[in-house]
Design a binder for this molecule. Structure first.
Ligand code: PEP
Ligand code: MG
Length: 600
């Protein structure tokens, strides 16, 4: 649980600039609030019998206080960000209110004559070990929640108040060693105006949430929390991936006017909303949106998306955690998506849990190498009941608009596709037996995000109705670069010749088999990469909604013929750097009117 560090005694005033990776565009200016993960130290203090009632009262009071805080937090998050984000706090409040949890701690204080902190820490460990040993996924997943809750109670017990950032009247920026997706959903728009972290990745859910909240964010700034003090004035430049500490007045003005320039450019780009995504030589492209929550549907429409190319359904799990969403909750979400988008298509990806993404919540299983572990489709096929609820709901919802498409993540072999299709058939048979309607023509596709899948794309094309290339993972698995590890972030190169060959192979395999191929990895949202992808024959791009007008602008200002030539020559180059230099040069030469800046 993040704790705030006390404001430094002598705040520095020297100007410093630190480099990181911009993951959510925009400029945020505010006073620094440093947030570090700390495991609270707990000591075993024996207490005399006479002090036991007082110790029990102290524990119960902090429990009550924690419950109130959680409910208040729930109300606040619900108001500012919606119920989907807020329900996690309600679930935590339920754990606090659970009598068996409190009783265990009280008994320990009474029986063992120890301080409340120690009793609490012991009970927490016992519960965590017990939950983790269960086969039941619902119980396993409570491990992280028990820990979260116990740490909150501990903080209250130790008399350290949770600072409520919403009490602060000036704008603040959060500088943290790490932030989880659940930390990120604490972020109200005010007073938090941006954040930066030491760790994280361009494609982590924390970065994705920042983007959906339009909150400027920079990640991968080495030693960030040690380099900046609380209360120093900080600029977070989400365009360039930079942090400026103690800027001068002139610098502040420059950044503010840059922000205005960007906003004006963005507004101008939005004017292309109604225009077709077509190149100068009339080559038609489809631009779709990636979304994580129903609430983002409005953005998808506003930015002119032609349907949803990726709905990351694991966010439904996150918002319902610690409980699993019921079939009805799945159904309600998918039905609303289908109805809002019809006749445009909506690709719903089944749970991609595990790996580093939401690893904390995943079944409580500890894996030495989770990115290569039980993740995506393999995890779902191991937890059939959980998966059945999702698939039944998807099928039922498909009857409303006939525009839902199912997509499976982390496919590595033909056998996996066959197995999941057999499972889907069983569910359809069951629905038929009960006279429940579903779209009988519903397309079933797969993500191509593992090298094995890309290499056998021709074989997979005989089993799947469509492909979506997930370059976030395809890059990670092909180049052996942990996508969340900032130490190897510099090696994360989507223009690596190996990747371009894989992507080209997948597009061609799809064309030969006459099945649609799209790309929903972050690569598809970058104007520079878009030129190469266009040239490789990609015709459906899916991305965060706000990037759509930027990529559309690129498409409308180029000729397909030129992009094909650029891609052809790029494919002959030997390194990512050579390819990038070549593409930049070609853009400058062929499109002197210029493309939208890459960082916008
Ligand atoms: C990908 O891997 O490119 C992708 C779109 O999936 P996610 O980022 O959710 O892993
Ligand atoms: Mg992926």
């Amino acid at each position: 649980m993040p704790t705030e560090r006390a404001a430094s005694a002598q705040t520095r005033s020297d100007i410093r600039t630190y480099k990181g990776i911009g993951v959510s565009p925009g400029i945020a200016i505010g006073r620094a609030v440093i947030v570090e993960k700390r495991v609270a130290q707990v000591y075993r203090v024996p207490i005399p019998e006479i002090d036991v009632p007082g110790e029990v009262t102290r524990f119960l009071e902090s429990l009550e206080k924690t419950r109130d805080e959680l409910l208040e937090l729930k109300a606040k998050v619900s108001r500012s960000m919606g119920d989907e984000y807020a329900s996690i706090f309600e679930a935590h409040a339920m754990i606090v209110g659970d009598a068996s949890f409190a009783d265990k701690v009280v008994q320990k204080i009474e029986n063992e004559l120890v301080n409340a902190e120690w009793a609490l820490a012991e009970v927490q460990e016992e519960l965590q070990a017990r939950f983790a040993s269960f086969d039941d996924s619902y119980l396993k997943e409570r491990v992280a929640d028990v820990k979260d809750v116990a740490e909150r109670v501990l903080t209250n017990l130790q008399g350290v108040a949770h600072h409520d950032l919403s009490e602060i009247e000036h704008d603040v920026v959060i500088l943290a060693d790490d932030l989880t997706p659940s930390d990120a959903i604490h972020f109200n728009r005010r007073p938090i105006v941006g954040f930066a972290t030491q760790t994280g990745s361009r494609t982590s859910h924390t970065s994705i949430i920042a983007k959906s909240l339009f909150m400027p964010a920079v990640i991968g700034v080495p030693r960030l929390t040690k380099m900046v003090d609380n209360d120093e004035l900080v600029i977070i430049d989400g365009y360039e991936g930079a942090i400026v500490v103690n800027p001068t007045k002139a610098m502040l003005e420059e950044y503010r006017s840059r922000e205005t320039r960007h906003e004006e450019q963005e507004k101008k780009l939005l004017e292309n909303r109604e225009l077709p995504s077509v190149t100068k030589d009339n080559h038609q492209i489809t631009l779709q949106a990636n979304i994580e929550l129903l609430e983002e549907l409005g953005d998808a429409v506003k930015f002119g998306a032609d349907g949803i190319g990726l709905y990351r359904s694991e966010f439904l799990y996150l918002s319902k955690s610690p409980g699993l969403p019921t079939e009805e909750e799945h159904f309600e979400t998918y039905r609303r998506l289908a109805e809002a988008l019809a006749p445009r298509t909506c690709v719903i990806r089944t749970y991609d849990l595990g790996g580093k993404k939401l690893a904390r919540e995943v079944m409580g299983s500890k894996e030495d190498n989770p990115v290569l572990g039980l993740r995506g489709l393999r995890l779902c096929m191991k937890h059939r009941e959980m998966f059945r609820a999702q698939l039944r709901a998807l099928l039922r919802a498909s009857a409303f608009g006939n525009n839902i498409r199912i997509m499976f993540p982390l496919v590595t072999s033909v056998q996996e596709v066959r197995q999941v299709k057999t499972f889907l058939r069983e569910i359809k048979t069951d629905l038929d037996a009960n006279g429940i309607a579903y779209d009988r023509e519903m397309k079933v596709g797969i993500m191509i995000e593992v090298p094995s899948a890309a290499i056998i794309a021709d074989l997979l094309a005989t089993e799947a109705d469509f492909f979506a290339i997930g370059t976030n993972d395809l890059t990670q698995y092909s180049l052996a670069i942990d996508r969340a590890n900032e130490n190897v972030g510099y090696l994360y190169e989507p223009l690596h010749p190996a990747l371009l060959r894989l992507i080209k192979g997948v597009i061609e395999a799809g064309k030969r088999a006459n099945i649609p191929v799209s790309m929903c990895g972050e690569m598809a949202s970058d104007p520079m990469y878009a030129i190469v992808l266009l040239g490789l024959g990609l015709d459906t791009f899916s991305m965060n909604p706000s990037s759509i007008p930027i990529v559309k602008n690129v498409i409308r200002s180029v000729r397909y013929k030129d992009c094909k030539r650029i891609a052809e020559i790029a494919m002959q180059k030997k390194t990512a750097q050579e390819i990038e230099e070549f593409v930049i040069e070609s853009v400058a030469m062929r499109f002197p009117e210029g493309l939208v800046p890459r960082t916008l």
